[in-house]
Design a protein around this ligand. Structure first.
Ligand code: PEP
Length: 258
């Protein structure tokens, strides 16, 4: 983590868990446990239906609200979809895009991920762009090839100025929800590789300012070591974000990891 040049971000991903009535008690407990001084940008990404309750409960707090998905379209006849304009109007600051669960269960292509990112940045919402390799790709020595392909596709056509809205999350698919975490060295190797790639695409200044997160079974025990890596600027946290006590310990670990 290098706080001189970029923001440390800890983002929870609730996925399809919790209900609107559970939001306030969760936020009250989390706020009572959060470090007193601002250690990092704290984000909670929740299902669209829970966003109004989250925004209400986090008003005047240091917690930013994030979506878990967005439509690739501006508006119109797309039943069931939620647009970037709708998220922005509510006050949502971040949105996860290209999560491996959406790529796997909803057949989201790289082109679709790119279209969603364009919608978000057009509405000044920061996309948290997820990229990651499968175990087979890692074992075949194809990790960086896969990551480079996903990063380039996600950022295709992105203007330099808009890149500052983006956050990239390296999430090895084999580590998500499995309890199997990448080692700190593996996480650093890929996050550093992503920064090198961004440098070649957008230049040194943009690469230095980009926050790159690690996600995949991060928890209170392993967070400190992962966050101590120079190119790991924070975490995207699924399971461990569901319990305020566990999540707050990860927030505290960002103090140690600087
Ligand atoms: C995720 O889904 O983004 C994630 C990292 O999940 P978990 O922390 O549960 O592995």
């Amino acid at each position: 983590m290098n706080r001189k040049y970029r923001k440390a971000i800890i983002a929870g991903n609730w996925k399809m868990n919790m209900t609107a009535s559970e939001v306030r008690p969760y936020i009250e407990e989390l706020r009572s446990l959060m470090p007193r001084t601002k250690t990092c940008e704290t984000v909670l990404c929740v299902p669209s239906l829970l966003l109004p309750a989250l925004l209400k409960a986090t008003k005047e707090s240091r917690i930013a609200a994030g979506g878990e998905d967005v439509s690739s379209h501006e508006s119109g006849a797309y039943t069931g979809e939620v647009s970037a304009a709708m998220l922005s109007d509510l006050g949502v600051k971040y949105c996860i895009v290209g999560h491996s669960e959406r790529r796997q269960y909803h057949q989201e292509s790289d082109a679709l991920v790119n279209a969603k990112i364009r919608q978000l940045v057009a509405h000044s919402i920061n996309p948290i762009i997820c990229v990651g390799e499968t175990l087979e790709q890692r074992e075949a020595g194809l990790t960086m090839d896969r990551i480079a392909y996903e990063v380039k596709s996600a950022l295709y056509g992105m203007e330099d100025l808009r890149l500052r809205h983006c956050v990239i999350a390296y999430e090895p698919i084999w580590a998500i929800g499995t309890g199997r975490t990448a080692t700190a060295e593996q996480a650093e190797e890929v996050c550093c590789g992503i920064r090198t790639l961004i440098r070649s695409m957008f230049g040194a200044r943009q690469a230095r300012a980009l926050s790159i997160l690690y996600g995949g079974s991060m928890n209170a025990e392993n967070a400190e070591e992962l966050l101590a890596q120079p190119d790991v600027d924070g975490g995207l946290i699924g399971g461990a974000s569901l319990k305020p006590a566990e999540f707050s310990k990860i927030l505290k670990a960002t103090d140690q990891g600087q």
